[in-house]
Design a protein. Structure first.
Length: 361
């Protein structure tokens, strides 16, 4: 019973973290308290070599993000201007001046100039060794600002070395699950670019057993989400999974969300550069027995390159909305579909609906 409680607590904590993430990213309060920020990379407590370091962060605010600032201790090292969307990301490359322990902070400013309503995101990392730097290091200027090319678009390169400690490097964000199977309860979330030690594998090496950080719970990540390096073939394969884990996975949420009351208006729009109406809105009611993870629209036109997608954001209750356009593709009839996914990765699809894209010269 104690192990059951511990696993349920871990799953509940992971779910809570994901819920907070989505609510933060979709912060729609009409009275902004200042942007929320979080640092995707590096992770808090990371030990890194003395080398150029990529720092990636996100920020969210109902008024839109105008700028994301990076600081080492309390000293600014870079400021990245953004386009004013409610959810923005930015990355910079920073070279530590020497070995030591550094505090990295990220602060965002919204389009109304709010910045001090919430505390900046902050992580502490150790560079080069395990000892703090003597005194306060003098930050060096950031280089290679990636304001328009976020780190998430890069694919980490890993050269397998058989004889070295087995590791797994994420090539995409991935859920780390209680058992090695899709649909099993999510214990933790691993972000793209993170490297974790491999402590086990399944019999087909389709899943690796990893630990996000010292003291965290062991969990399983799909081999398809990253690259294994080192002598991972020598890792043990558990003889059996515990009956408790199998029962827990079997009893996981298997009911997909419900999509209803879909409204698309207007159903005829002019393409980019033609006429005056070049955007349309999508509204839907999306419900689930647990928690909605995301709601996505997919749009396809008559041409081979006419396609796009995006998120519907919650605006209150169970209502999700998005504004789409302007459309730069072909004139003609376009189809729109919706896909809703809950925190257990159950997915519902609705549609398609049709709109007409015209060009009025």
């Amino acid at each position: 019973m104690a192990k059951t409680s511990e696993r349920q607590s871990a799953v509940s904590l992971a779910t809570a973290i994901l819920v907070i993430f989505w609510l933060t990213a979709c912060n729609l309060s009409s009275q902004s308290q200042g942007p929320m920020t979080w640092i995707d990379q590096p992770l808090d407590g990371a030990h890194l070599p003395l080398a150029p370091l990529m720092i990636q962060a996100h920020a969210a605010d109902a008024d839109g993000i105008a700028r994301i600032e990076f600081l080492i201790f309390a000293d600014p090292i870079a400021s990245v201007s953004k386009g004013g969307a409610r959810l923005e990301e930015a990355s910079i490359e920073w070279t530590p001046p020497g070995a030591g322990t550094y505090t990295i902070s990220v602060l965002a400013i919204d389009k109304q100039g709010n910045s001090n309503g919430r505390a900046p995101a902050s992580v502490e990392i150790t560079v080069g060794n395990n000892s703090p730097a003597s005194g306060t290091p003098t930050p060096t200027p950031a280089v290679n600002l990636l304001a328009t090319e976020p780190l998430s678009s890069a694919t980490p390169t890993v050269t397998p070395t058989l004889g070295s400690a087995p590791q797994f490097t994420l090539q995409q964000n991935a859920n780390c699950r209680l058992t090695p199977r899709d649909g099993s309860d999510v214990v933790d979330v691993l972000m793209k670019g993170v490297t974790v030690p491999i402590e086990g594998r399944d019999e087909h090496s389709d899943w690796f057993r990893v630990r996000k950080s010292a003291g965290s719970e062991l969990c399983w990540v799909s081999a398809s989400t990253g690259i294994a390096s080192g002598n991972w073939q020598a890792m043990p394969v558990p003889a059996t999974l515990s009956l408790l884990s199998i029962v827990t996975a079997t009893q996981a949420d298997i009911i997909p969300p419900s999509i209803s009351n879909v409204t698309i208006a207007p159903t005829s729009v002019s393409k980019l550069g033609c006429g005056t109406i070049n955007t349309f809105s999508i509204s839907a009611i999306v419900t689930d027995g647990s928690t909605i993870g995301n709601v996505i629209y997919e749009i396809h036109g008559p041409g081979p390159l006419d396609a796009g997608d995006g998120y519907l954001l919650p605006v209150g209750g169970d209502v999700y909305q998005a504004t789409v356009g302007p459309i730069a593709g072909s004139a003609g009839y376009w189809t729109i579909s919706l896909r809703a996914t809950d925190m257990a990765y159950n997915t519902a699809v609705a549609g398609p609906w049709t709109i007409q894209v015209v060009c009025i010269e």
